[in-house]
Design a protein around this ligand. Sequence first.
Ligand code: CMC
Length: 428
Amino acid sequence: MADTLTVIDNRTGQQYELPIKDGTIRAMDLRQIRTDAGDFGLMSYDPAFLNTASCRSRITYIDGDKGILQYRGYPIEQLAEHSTYLETAYLLVFGELPTAAQYAEWERTINAHTIPHENIKRFLDGFQHDAHPMGILLATMGAFSTYYPDAKQIFDQASRRLQTIRLIAKAPSVAAYAYRHAAGRPYIYPDASLGFTGNFLRMLFMGTEATYRPDPVLERALDVLFILHADHEQNCSTAAMRAIGSSQSDPFSAFAGAAAALSGPLHGGANEAVLRMLQEIGTVDRIPAFIEQVKGGADRLMGFGHRVYKSYDPRAKIIKKTAYEVFEVTGRNPLLDVALELERIALEDDYFVSRRLYPNVDFYSGLIYQAMGFPVDMFPVLFAIPRTAGWIAQWEEMLLDPEQKIARPRQVYAGAAPRDFVPRERRG
Ligand code: CMC
């Protein structure tokens, strides 16, 4: 069996043999298919990249039909059970799990870079008290490009390492500052004696107590959520990170763009949208009317559906289990009943079944965040913090890939035919 695709162009009768590799043909191979010497050649048309692989990647594997997610070959279920977010971040960035010595050094280095520049506090003061924390996060992380001009040395490996550490280390600090800015509370400096996630919780929630110790169950639950969100191959925000980075801009600027892509309700903003949806539905008896609204096209069932997962989202399974562990500590979130009933009805209803719409990572995460005391608008920020590791790993992979160039899609022009300029006074 030859690994080729035979194409016959019925416009010309010409036949072409296109090589098939890894289940793909090269879009550039289509360009030889021309009607005559002056023809530009055939392109593929793929709005929203439904069927286009834009890179070869060794970072994350997803099988959407089987509900498989692996980082660097490790199943997400095993990482969620045995790893920590910081270790998973190391795995994503370096490709292998760290040894004990490597992990200790990684943790020490991240801890050494958690404090943002002191001027950042004044930068934050410029935001309104009700500014959305996702806007604060992306603007502040983007502003770091002006604090670290060395970040422009993107082809210097040592510089890339340093920016990687800065991004991963500072994201939770900026997120905590954003939260405290909205709450009108003083900013808290990081405490290196706590783990990555415990320290984040302290920076958020520490009050007047002399020492703050996070609840270990909640700390572990948030760490698991961080592991689950750390990467997801070529999603909208990662594609943005790679596209921006492909123009050779610095990683802080690329982060700002990726975070902007993440903030939308169809992507990382979905966890916030789910919670607002559940609050709006309010009680179980109002679910049937809401479902009808969704089926009529007036609404979307937020937290359902995925471009890639068509049987189930393995992250959602783990999150649902984590939710029950969290509720043991915090008490049951009253919206859980609405979510469970919504899920039960949707999984039986032909509209959702026939479209293969299942709960995704965002369906239950918001209930956990809310039970832990996070305001709803912090939810997308809680997605962005761990995704920093994935973005930076994907960004570096793109930079070092000899096949990559500046990302520049083609278009099919569908506008006006050439015409002559008409002076304003003569326009109808
Ligand atoms: N509620 C109701 N109908 C839906 C939904 C939904 N959540 N998602 C998809 N559909 C319908 C859609 O209307 C379409 O129906 P039809 O064929 O009759 O026009 C069909 O299902 C296919 O949908 P699509 O929009 O072509 O699917 P997509 O792959 O472009 O979109 C999605 C994927 C995640 C944007 C979409 O499912 C969605 O909007 N879900 C709600 C938002 C959400 O939960 N996003 C979080 C995604 S997971 C976290 C992350 O990685 O960002």
